[in-house]
Design a protein around this ligand. Sequence first.
Ligand code: PMP
Length: 361
Amino acid sequence: KENRIYNFNPGPAALPLPVLEEIQESFLNFAGSGMSITEVSHRSKGFDDVINDAVARTKRLLNLGDSHHVLFLQGGASTQFCMIPMNLLPEGQSADYVNTGTWSTKAIKEIQIQGKNVNVVASSEDKNFSYIPENIAFNSDAAYVHITSNNTIKGTQWAEFPDTGDVPIMADMSSDIMSRPFDASRFGMIYAGAQKNIGPSGVCMVIIRDDMLARVPENIPTMLKYTTHVNKNSMFNTPPCFAIYTVQLVLKWLEETVGGLDKMAEINDKKADLIYGFLDASDFYRATAAEGSRSKMNVTFRLPDEDLEKQFIQAAMENGLGGLKGHRSVGGCRASVYNAVGLDAVEALVDFMKTFEKKNG
Ligand code: PMP
């Protein structure tokens, strides 16, 4: 579409064009209500249909049944860092955390603030978080294991999830949820800020297994209790209606246009093969994540020096390729290629990278 750039932003990030067009089309008159989705009551039938459809699609995409609850909460993924130990770590027990970067580190900090016991059972800090640890010795008596499935800043991703026996896994999937099929049923809890792969900012998807709810203590604030939101279908208080509506449309696009998570993963694999294949063949660009741990969502790379990186990011923008600057804490470059970023965008990026190398290499 005219005037739209190839958007490699890390989050908020690109959304599927058909979703944006449907929002535009329905914006003044949502579901025949004569009102915008930003004007309707969250207690209306129209909005009820939206949230129920979003829940049903999430369960279908992830093959989940009645034993899992899908919630739409506010406060971002960051609030989940504190809600998980508050709700799901009983007094006197401890939890295992794997530290794979900034977001895991923040999750660990929130458990320490609560004075609860955390075992950091593995960390990749020794190599600047450039890899996902393997052969981890989990504690069989841990209340849960916490991992970050995709590390948005360092560009690493768990290729396979660890076997933790009977200990439930809680996973921050903010930057790779719905990017590939996986066995969601064995997770105690999954959470994801919507603004990367499934929607705009303002809502966090939480998927929690029934047996986890028995752990929720009585004496914590109402708004921070999972049971409050399960019992009220995410409408204990006014939910972010517009954000949830957008998520619903993205899930519909995933199911009906893309054809589900197997198809989505095929496309994401193609994108990753193209860009990493190019990076590996180049003497000018260098991928920063270790092979085997590379993220298919956030591709982090460096150029020969920082000056060239600056020029690269600037020239890319001038050529209609935006959002390629690495996170301010690490520098370098990063192409976030979430579900809504098509193979055509990655092809355009690689073409641009070739041209830039010819001029500057
Ligand atoms: N976890 C991961 C993996 C993230 O990438 C981010 C945001 N970049 C967060 C958590 C924090 O999310 P939020 O801003 O929604 O609190």
